[in-house]
Design a protein around this ligand. Structure first.
Ligand SMILES: [Zn+2]
Ligand SMILES: [Zn+2]
Length: 136
């Protein structure tokens, strides 16, 4: 188990959790792409008893998938940072958004899901011009 601390960008919402970093997953589904504005999202599951909200109260958006699956998407009402998603009726497991965790560099994803909608250009990321900061 890895102890992690997380917060939204404006720091109104803070939480801590104990996770199994080996369960981190990259999700390439079209919902994650649209909700994040990014090509994919990295998620790690945490059981309710290992997740503790320390400060703030997330707002939730109910996402209903084509399959009828109903997922609550929790986010900061002020800065919009995604915090977690959970089942609408059975809130036992939270899919934490790894980008909100201070320890995110230690959490290396172990698998890709919904790879059928992954961006084709991800295969050639290593060949792009690279700058350590914003180029001038
Ligand atoms: Zn915030
Ligand atoms: Zn997804």
């Amino acid at each position: 188990m890895l102890h992690v601390d997380g917060s939204c960008h404006c720091e109104k919402i803070k939480f801590e959790a104990d996770i199994d970093a080996g369960k981190a997953t990259i999700c390439h589904c079209t919902d994650c792409q649209q909700l994040t504005g990014a090509p994919f999202r990295v998620v790690v599951p945490v059981a309710k008893e290992h997740f503790k909200l320390l400060q703030g109260e997330p707002k939730t958006y109910l996402k209903i998938a084509e399959s009828g699956n109903r997922r609550l998407q929790a986010f900061c009402p002020d800065c919009g940072t995604s915090i977690y998603a959970t089942s609408e009726f059975n809130q036992e497991v939270f899919g934490l958004r790894v980008g909100t965790l201070q320890q995110r560099a230690l959490i290396s994803p172990q698998k890709h899901i919904w790879h059928r909608s992954s961006m084709p250009w991800l295969q050639s990321m290593d060949t792009l011009a690279t700058f350590e900061k914003q180029p001038s």
